[in-house]
Design a protein around this ligand. Structure first.
Ligand code: IPE
Ligand code: IPE
Ligand code: MG
Length: 230
């Protein structure tokens, strides 16, 4: 793994898609794909910190993913608890701070408890902030922010509005990657992605490697970001 800084985005966000298809291709239950997906989360998190990314946001469960039915949803929640609990020492060692974004009130208590513990345990991490979007939906986030800003009686401007989003204090993503060949945002960071560079790869999330990640970061460095200028 080489360390470089010239092409490294400040904030990378990833829509980790394709776990189910990865498993189906191997005639395995979809849940096996999710387990493999966790392994890749660890690799890509470690690589991000080494490359010098300061913020990494991973989409793990959307407000629409409840439609998958109780069995898959329960499996995912248990997997999140198991993975988060066992991941804490590694994150501390890498000085990575964990932060969860999404509608936490909609999650079961056993899961919330484990997420809070992990946030607390890793709060001293300074190298990178790892945001995991869980029960996250951008439309819900925006509507909640509208309600909160109205209640606050603050002036409605971009700065104040951003401070009511789940991502308060976090810069907008420079780069959004989606795996598995789907080319849509699926209700992810709709407000924050106004000027993000988008990359889509056919690779299924469990097959996504550090090498491919690095090659996307390099291509990102070659993009001409204009922000409306000339
Ligand atoms: C992404 O993989 C993980 C979650 C949404 C939890 P999928 O489970 O959506 O995999 P596909 O899209 O069915 O292959
Ligand atoms: C988006 O993937 C959500 C996550 C990666 C957590 P989905 O698989 O749920 O998205 P759609 O349904 O294909 O748009
Ligand atoms: Mg999917």
């Amino acid at each position: 793994m080489t360390k470089s800084s010239s092409f490294v985005p400040f904030h990378v966000a990833i829509i980790m898609d394709g776990n189910g298809r990865w498993a189906e291709k191997r005639h395995l239950p979809r849940t096996e794909g999710h387990k493999e997906g966790v392994r890749v989360v660890r690799n890509i998190t470690k690589a991000s910190a080494v490359f010098g990314v300061r913020f990494l946001t991973l989409f793990a469960f959307s407000t629409e993913n409840w439609r998958r039915g109780e069995r898959e949803v329960n499996f995912l929640f248990n997997l999140f608890v198991e993975s988060v609990d066992s991941y804490i020492p590694e994150l501390k060692e890498q000085s990575v701070r964990l932060n969860f974004i999404g509608d936490m009130s909609g999650l079961p208590a056993f899961l919330r408890k484990s997420l809070q513990l992990a946030e607390n345990e890793t709060k001293k991490g300074e190298k990178m902030l790892l945001n995991i979007a869980l029960n996250y939906g951008s439309r819900r986030e925006i509507l909640d922010a509208v309600r909160l800003i109205c209640e606050s009686k603050k002036e409605v401007n971009e700065e104040n509005f951003s401070s009511f989003l789940y991502t308060t204090g976090i810069p907008d993503p420079d780069l959004i990657i989606r795996t598995s060949g789907e080319m849509r945002l699926s209700n992810f960071l709709l407000y924050q992605s106004a000027y993000s560079e988008l990359f889509f790869t056919e690779t299924l999330w469990p097959d996504f490697t550090e090498e491919e990640y690095l090659s996307i970061l390099k291509k990102f460095g070659e993009r001409n970001r204009k922000f409306g200028g000339i």
